[in-house]
Design a protein around this ligand. Structure first.
Ligand SMILES: *Cc1c(COP(=O)(O)O)cnc(C)c1O
Length: 377
C-alpha cells in the first residue's frame, strides 16, 4: 500500500522510531515489575523514574509532581474528580470548548451536587478573563480550561486565567494534551496546579498519559490498589509505555523550535490555499493557534463526505475530533463559536505533525479541490 498522506495527527500520531526502540526491551528481556526489589525490578523502576524526569523537564516541574496514567482522558478525570473532593467547595468552572474527557467529568460531578459553570467563548474559541471574573467566587473549587483546542486550535490565555483562579483560592487545571511539546509550557510560570498530557498525541504509544499535580495539591485517586504512583494511581506501571512517553517528550522537546516553525509554515500554506477555494472559511483564529491545526468549513458540503472522498484518495483527515467522528450531534466546539449545526457538519480538520512533509501537503492541496468537486456533484 502506498503510504497515506496523514493529516489526522490531532486524533493520534505515529510512534517515533526512536520511541519504539526505547520501548522494545521492556516487553521481553527487561520485563520486571518496578515494585520488585530484585535487579529486574529496579531496572524497570529506573526506567519509570527516567521517564518521569523527562516529562517534568518538558513542563518545568519536579519529577515528584508527575504521575503516570492510562492517557489524557484519565488525567482529565483524575484532575477534576480527584481534586475537587478535598477542597470542600462546590463550584467548578470550565469552558464550552473543552474535550469531552473534561466535560463528561464535570457532568458526573454535577450529578454529585457540584455546580458547573460553563464559560462561553468568542467567535474564535477563546475564553475571556472577564467571563471568568464574572463566574468565579470563593466557593470555586477548580477552574479547568484547556491550553490548546483539539478541534479548532485556539490557544487560551492560560497564565491570565490561572492567575484569576489563584487570586480566588481555586485550583487551576489545564488539558494540555494538544499543546504539550508544541507550545512553551511552564507549570511554574503559568501558575498551573494540575495539567493533563497524553503520549499518543506526541509520537509516543497509546494508552499512557501523565498528570502534573503541583506539590501541595491534594487529590484522591480514582484507581485504588497497590499504591503505585505515590498512591495516586494504583496498578502495575505500564513500563514500556511510560518509557516510550518519556522518550517521545524528550525527542519532541529537543527539536521543538524548528518543528514548530516548519509546522506553522505548512499550516499557513494550507490555510492560504484552502481559503482561496470557493465557499470555504476558517474556523478558529489566524494567530494564537496551534502550529499543527487548520480547520475549515465548506458551504454546501458535508464534512463527513469530504473525509470519505479524501480517504479514497489515500488522504487522511477528520471533521472535528476523532471521538466525535461517529456522533450524529454537531461538534460542541463549533456550535460554541457560533456555527449553526449545518455549518458545523460541513467542517474539515487538518492536523500536522513534525513528520508531515511538503510532499504530503502538496498531495492534500491537489486532492482537496477534486474531493470537493466529487462531493458537490
Ligand atoms: C486526545 C485528547 C484527549 C484524550 O487523550 P487520550 O490519551 O486519548 O485519552 C484529551 N484532551 C484532548 C484535548 C485531546 O486532544
Amino acid at each position: 500500500m502506498i503510504r497515506p498522506a496523514y493529516f489526522d495527527n490531532g486524533a493520534t500520531t505515529a510512534v517515533a522510531k526512536e520511541v519504539l526502540d526505547v520501548m522494545m526491551p521492556f516487553f521481553t528481556g527487561e520485563y520486571g515489575n518496578p515494585s520488585s526489589i530484585h535487579t529486574m525490578g529496579t531496572a524497570a523502576s529506573k526506567a519509570v523514574s527516567e521517564a518521569r524526569k523527562k516529562i517534568a523537564a518538558a513542563v518545568n516541574c519536579r519529577p515528584s509532581e508527575i504521575i503516570f496514567t492510562s492517557g489524557g482522558t484519565e488525567s482529565d478525570n483524575t484532575a477534576l474528580i480527584g481534586a475537587v473532593a478535598d477542597t470542600g467547595k462546590k463550584k467548578i468552572i470550565t469552558s464550552a470548548v473543552e474535550h469531552s474527557a473534561v466535560l463528561e467529568a464535570c457532568r458526573s460531578l454535577s450529578a454529585r451536587g457540584y455546580e458547573i459553570v460553563i464559560l462561553p467563548v468568542d467567535g474564535e474559541g477563546k475564553v475571556s478573563a472577564d467571563e471568568l471574573l464574572k463566574a468565579i467566587d470563593n466557593d470555586t473549587a477548580l477552574v479547568s480550561v484547556m491550553t490548546a483546542n483539539n478541534v479548532i486550535g485556539t490557544i487560551q490565555p492560560i497564565r491570565e486565567l490561572a492567575e484569576i483562579a489563584r487570586e480566588h483560592g481555586a485550583l487551576f487545571h489545564t488539558d494540555a494534551v494538544q499543546a504539550f511539546t508544541r507550545t512553551d509550557i511552564d507549570a511554574e510560570r503559568d501558575l498551573i496546579d494540575l495539567m493533563s498530557m497524553s503520549s499518543h498525541k506526541i509520537h509516543g504509544p497509546k494508552g499512557v498519559g501523565a498528570l502534573y499535580v503541583r506539590n501541595g495539591v491534594r487529590i484522591s485517586p480514582l484507581i485504588l490498589g497497590g499504591g503505585q504512583e505515590s498512591g495516586l494511581r494504583s496498578s502495575t506501571e505500564n513500563v514500556p509505555g511510560i518509557a516510550g512517553m518519556g522518550k517521545a517528550a524528550e525527542l519532541a522537546m529537543s527539536s521543538m523550535t524548528d518543528d514548530v516553525k516548519r509546522m506553522t509554515e505548512m499550516r499557513d500554506r494550507i490555510i492560504d490555499e484552502v481559503l482561496s477555494l470557493k465557499g470555504s472559511y476558517l474556523n478558529g483564529p489566524r494567530e494564537k493557534r496551534s502550529c499543527n491545526n487548520a480547520h475549515f468549513g465548506f458551504e454546501g458540503v458535508k464534512g463527513k463526505d469530504l473525509v470519505l472522498a479524501l480517504s479514497r484518495m489515500n488522504v487522511m483527515v477528520s471533521t472535528a475530533s476523532a471521538c466525535s467522528a461517529g456522533s450524529t450531534e454537531p461538534s460542541h466546539v463549533l456550535t460554541a463559536i457560533g456555527r449553526s449545526p449545518s455549518e458545523a457538519f460541513s467542517s474539515l480538520r487538518i492536523t500536522l505533525s513534525r513528520y508531515t512533509t511538503d510532499d504530503e501537503v502538496g498531495i492534500l492541496l491537489d486532492s482537496l479541490p477534486k474531493a470537493l468537486k466529487a462531493v458537490r456533484e
